[in-house]
Design a protein around this ligand. Sequence first.
Ligand code: NAD
Ligand code: ZN
Length: 241
Amino acid sequence: MQADLEMVKALLDGSRKVVVLTGAGTSAESGVPTFRGRDGLWKTHRAEDLARPDSFANNPELVWEFYNWRREMVGKCKPNAAHEALAEMERQIPNFLLITQNVDGLHSLAGNRKVVEMHGSLWRLKCTVCAHVREDRSRLPPVPECPVCGHLLRPGVVWFGEPLVPGVLRLAIEQINSADVFLSVGTSNLVQPAASFYQLAKDHGAVTVEINLEPTVNTGFMDFALHGKAGEILPELVTGF
Ligand code: NAD
Ligand code: ZN
């Protein structure tokens, strides 16, 4: 792996445009549980079963209890070495874009400026009826209501089965199509369309690199696969970090 690591580092040093896709594994070392790891349980519910529009429609109290718990937990987490290395990478590479599936806001806290939050943010609230949207990190009531129309607020995240935030996919595709290097970090590559971004990058001539704790369904298709902790591998790829 050391030889591959050196090659990827040289590749990044010489590249002008890099697109990085991150997933829950990037925040694991900050103490944010992933959905599919052994920590992906909340009380007796699978996190994946709560992050759904039908769960919210059937039981908004339960889904809000889960999200209020996540907001409180993630609010105490700090960016880790993987986030810091990606912030430094943005400062060094002329054209850099970070696309994240994470909703924890840790990339921005670490200092990345060009961040696309594909799945929204835990810190955003949206009205279920009117157009009210706001960023809010404060402690919320058990079931928060819209200050404009009085209906239910919901977390500003994209749930399983919902469309992405408008414009996000077009921007991601545009940027990936002209990248020299595409890095996929800490994602199991089971959630579409992000799991197929590597294919777009490859079709347009980018070198593709996976960094993940373990092999994923995409590993065999990547030019390089570096397996281990993102917080240990990424700092080694950034010069002077
Ligand atoms: P996932 O849970 O499906 O996969 C995480 C991957 O990260 C796994 O393959 C795991 O092996 C790997 N991993 C774990 N620790 C790692 C480490 N230290 N370094 C490198 N890799 C590590 O996550 P996903 O693919 O992002 O899909 C989950 C969905 O759930 C996303 O769409 C996301 O919106 C949401 N989610 C977000 C957060 C967050 O914001 N931090 C947390 C959980 C889930
Ligand atoms: Zn409203």
